[in-house]
Design a protein around this ligand. Sequence first.
Ligand code: A3P
Ligand code: MG
Length: 483
Amino acid sequence: MATATALSNPSVGFGSAYFFQNPSGCCLFPPLQRKKLLDHQLLFQKPRNNIALFTDRKAICSSGISRASHLKELSMEEESESPAREFSTDLRDPILNIRSPALKVGGMYDRELEVAVKAVQLACVLCQRVQDRLLKNEEKVNSKDDNSFVTVADWSVQAVVSWVLSHSLASEHISMIAEEDTQALRGVEGMDLLHRVVSTVNECLSEAAIFGLNPPLEPLGTVDVLKAINKGSSKGGPTGRHWVLDPVDGTLGFIRGDQYAVALAMIEEGEVVLGVLGCPNYPLRREWLNYHYRYYQLMLKLSPPGSGVWSKGYVLSTQKGSGQVWMEPLVNDIIKLGLSNVARPVSVSAIDDPALATFCEPVEKANSSHSFTAGLAHSLGLSNHPLRVYSMAKYAAIARGDAEIFMKFARAGYKEKIWDHAAGVLIIQEAGGVVTDAGGSPLDFSKGIYLEGLDRGIVACSGARLHEKIIAAVDASWDSSEL
Ligand SMILES: Nc1ncnc2c1ncn2[C@@H]1O[C@H](COP(=O)(O)O)[C@@H](OP(=O)(O)O)[C@H]1O
Ligand SMILES: [Mg+2]
């Protein structure tokens, strides 16, 4: 395993900068340097050619200067030769912008977006805890009637998000369309599960203040929690405002210690206008997506909390028409690193040649729609390894330029639910991508809990030209397919 090397620690009278490298591209810190870095209230990690730059937070914040001029101030040439150049990286968006939240305002739904992001941040921390307990066998996995899995995280996230939206948006009467109901939590059989959910919810909400939210005056009781979960039973529709939540999307990934997402969207008059996607296990570097969770565990061991390594976890957020998608680290990391106002814009990749594009695939490859997409990828000459990821993290991957194409053709008889797509679709669109059904029509989120009228399936691409080519290829292959 690679060890970190301090390349330099120039003292330049304007904060200090430390460079570290290791061949795997992750930045690790020996204890001494780590301590020193923490003393300096790290501002940001800017990976570039496997170098991370950390600087004194106060210095850069108060100066409000750009990174380039900061480097100049530090007498460092951005393109200066350094041994770390030997190691290449495929990070396509190397500059970490430091923005004030003021740059994020200006949309019609700023207040709603702010609350939604905080709710998802809170939910991500809850999920991380429950996932950790599951992996240590301290928590159990339950089965639903349709044989899919569910855990306390699904109900707890739904309760927390519902409670936060209701209590932060001056309207108790929110309409929410969400995946879970309370059937399994009722009666004697559900009692133990319900108590675990209530305790998980209260553990999470007790920390709401850290996220800038008002915590409940006293812990929620079972009735409050059931009520909060049940708010997710709205039927939606073409008029009014509806929140759409998938509390834990990609449950299989979640229980396996792999990728999953917390997806929250807001629909207004049938249109998705806000999208927030929390991907707590989404790593910084694209190629890490394909590694198993144990690999993350190893990385975490080598770079424990507080070491300054954002090993994984982001929240993406956007509002319709803004043309901007913001990515921010999880609040836990922000706190550990002493960061503030850190969000950076992400956008889709510029690749429009199918042969150069990367396809996202579900991890499970058991059905005919997967062989159809695999055949299509082959006929388009895609040579890159597919990005195999559970959950809506696939949408996140396209929005931040880690992949270019995602298609989903569900088996006959399966109807797509809006909570599996609403947030991700808007996030890709605002990041510059295109998402339609396979006939090229926009997805219709105005018909209740299902994506009604979907022509064959969903096609998401990083841009219009690529999208046209994929739609044409789907048409050409469809008749001969067994779908
Ligand atoms: N037979 C089926 N065909 C297509 N999608 C299905 C399906 N059964 C479940 N799904 C959806 O696919 C999602 C998981 O996608 P992926 O396999 O890419 O991780 C599930 O989300 P949940 O895990 O939230 O239930 C579920 O909504
Ligand atoms: Mg889902």
